[in-house]
Ligand binder design. Sequence first.
Ligand SMILES: [Ca+2]
Length: 656
Amino acid sequence: MQTSQVLPTPAKRHKLLLTFNFLLLTFLSRLAAPASPSPSPSPDWPAHAVWYQIFPERFRNGDPSNDPTRDSLEDPSYVPKDWQVSSWTMDWYSRAPWETVQDGADQSDIADNFYNHGVFDRRYGGDLQGVLDKLGYLHDLGVNAIYFNPIFYARSLHKYDGSSLQHIDPYMGPDPKGDLALIASENEDPASWHWSAADRLFLKLIVEAHRRGFHVLVDGVFNHTGRDFFAFRDLKANQQASRYKDWYVVTSWAKPGDPNSKFTYKGWWGHDTLPVFAATADKTDIAPGPRQYIWNVTKRWLRPVVDGQPAQGIDGYRLDAADERPAKFWTAWNDYVRTLNPDAYTCGETWKPASQFVAADGFSACMNYFAFAFPVKGFLIDDRIPASRFASLLDSRREAFQPGAIPVLQNLVDSHDTDRLASMIVNRNLPKYPPDGDIPYDDKNDVRSNAAYDLRKPDATARAIQRLVVLFQMTYLGAPVVYYGDEAGMWGAHDPDCRMPMVWKDLKFDPQSIDPRGKPRHPDNPNFDPAIFAFYKSAIALRNAHPVLATGSVRFLSPDDKSQTLAMLRAGSDEDVVVAINRSDSPRVIRIADPLLNWSSPKVLMTTRGKLPTLTRDPAGWQLKLPPLTAAVCQGPVAPSGQVAAARPPAKNDAH
Ligand SMILES: [Ca+2]
């Protein structure tokens, strides 16, 4: 999670945006935790996972009868009485009348209008029934694992401000009113907990997802809660007399009869909307009260028991802001998770070098921004680092991880915290590359921070680059993640624009014809894009059909900085696959010349553009000519029982 999604007021939003970069630098400079001597435990299925990330409020409205109400918002008094659920198919930058009520006179200030008055208070009504209705779509796409952004009860649209972690958000299930009454009767004791209508629908979703071969991961937000969380509400009302007084970090108490006294507390990165759970006195763990609560909710969702009977549970957690809690807490929590389900997968959120963090904290893996998304942006998207640096960055950052973690890293390019892949590509000429710094990523990627940021639809060239990125993601080592809607053609800047309602084939969208200032612009058609969907589908099918892409070793062959080309060998016991990539704007001949490859009759399986190219013999091996901005996948020998590996001499750097 990042800060911009939780800014509570316009003034605070502005201030916090200004301080974000400074805080991020401070955050990145924290020292990594020491390594643990044993490798992270990794179940087998996540290596074969193709993830699909769902932002639930924006995926599909399967039940309009449960849509959020004005009273359900974080601060209903902040929006006018005529607030209503937004139209799923409207131009994203057009605004309903209720959104314009608080606009200032100066319409030139983007921050004071579109972005601060309305868009974060919009609700579109996405829910669990919508996901159930679209499991067939996901199956058709070929993904086999779903990662849900938070689905537990919270008043915001993003739900990183939990009101309850033991309940699914009532507005995502069939009976919001009944669920809210039930939630109000509970406390931290699991004996007081019921299964709400939304909870039961989620359990049904798990069963249906498992039946179709999906694994299910949910977002665990254990660092902080929202102000509506039962323990915090009690603390606020009863101050030092509250039984939850040790759950949070209170910096001053409100004293009865003293109007000058004020209740203040530590919020996540200064956000008073997100009170942070207290740590133990020695700072090595979370305080006992919230810690036990986290243990109890973890058990509830991993090993649910409903009406006295065991039910199917989730397959793991993605942990929000995971690197902000001590290793001791996570090690114990990860151990506990595996006593509940030895095959569970746990994935920590971090944006920095993470190999030590994954090993020390006992996670299966992490969101792979640093060792995957950053190099991909530098070479395939921005074309600003040479092919050889792309290869060496991927190699060195990958090999820093313990071997068991590498195939199960979540290889993402974009997420709910970044601009969308298609918009990164449209804006590929904007990032400023510092001479000695890392690759700029998630930096000034919206029109609020950069007036030059282009909101338009990707053109044919941008789509060609998108296909390169996706093919590389589907053929590289580590589990690929598709952010909802990228496969349907969606584009968009940083939050909130990366969270537009999903485009569906059966819905007709208004053209995007105005900008965030309300000024007309060249209309773009945002409707479902069957061509890009077909490409994602075939690239995912390729990965699913060739296990070597999930588990084989990886080695880059002859990266050529002059031509911005390279090839990647994925070598397995039964099969060799080579991916040839031309990132340049000209046709290039790529040589697959490696003494270790003794291919007799290779074939081309797939290309990102045009007809399948032809492989021709070369004195040193094979070669193929690729059009500009094109990649192709070639298959070498295929033989059962490890014969391919047996025929191949070992290579020094032929490692995971
Ligand atoms: Ca709904």
